[in-house]
Design a protein around this ligand. Structure first.
Ligand code: SF4
Length: 218
């Protein structure tokens, strides 16, 4: 049964951090969808989100009525957005189930609200249902490497926020989801080895290194 935020106080196991990271990176590379234990939660489908669909997503486009789509601002022709109704719900959500689940957009396949606690970021204020869900996730850190990797993602997110003004214009997204994803993508630059123990630990890269990493993603 969808919980939709009704049973919203208890912790939810988010899995071992390194295992989650492996999955998340595969999803971001488009190798597979995100394997999120949603447990019936539909917060991300009911939070007034515009869902991007790329021109290469022919299967999805053939399952969404054209009348529900409109051109995506600032993107090349063919990129479209799927909007939401007056209650903030995706029109493809029927009886709290995605009616095109097997054909859902890439953006939905890769969305994982565990990215917020992974990066130590809060959810944008206008998405309270997602925020409530994201606050419940608890990662496990069975090894020091798990903890160090998690710390590195948080350090990357904090660095990006702190240095947004000195990084190239537009390099640091204002949107919390995109910022969290960027922190995941950049975090290796914040991982190093302790000189004494050889254990994984958090390091702060120089500005040049961060800019090079950012440049690879533009
Ligand atoms: S297309 Fe499906 S998964 Fe995506 S937001 Fe709509 S209902 Fe949710």
């Amino acid at each position: 049964m969808p919980d939709g935020g009704r049973h919203d106080e208890g912790d939810l196991p988010a899995g071992d951090f390194s295992a989650w990271m492996t999955e998340m990176r595969g999803a971001l590379r488009g190798e597979h969808g995100a394997d999120v234990p949603c447990g019936g939660c539909t917060a991300c489908c009911t939070s007034s989100q515009f869902v991007h669909i790329g021109p290469d997503e022919a299967d999805t486009l053939s399952h969404v009525p054209a009348a529900l789509l409109f051109p995506a601002p600032r993107l090349p022709r063919g990129h479209v957005l799927l909007g939401y109704d007056e209650h903030g719900r995706c029109p493809m959500l029927v009886d709290d189930t995605c009616s095109i689940y097997e054909h859902r957009p890439r953006a939905c396949r890769t969305y994982d609200c565990r990215v917020f606690p992974a990066a130590g970021l809060g959810v944008d204020d206008d998405k309270p249902l997602i925020a409530r869900r994201a606050r419940r996730w608890r990662f496990s850190h069975p090894t020091r490497a798990d903890q160090a990797r998690h710390d590195a993602v948080r350090a990357a997110a904090a660095y990006l926020q702190e240095h947004a003004g000195s990084l190239p214009r537009g390099a640091v997204p204002s949107d919390a989801t995109k910022l969290a994803v960027l922190a995941v993508e950049l975090h290796e630059a914040f991982l190093g080895r302790d000189g004494g123990t050889g254990e994984a630990t958090v390091v702060e890269p120089g500005p040049r290194e961060v800019q090079v990493e950012l440049g690879r993603r533009w």
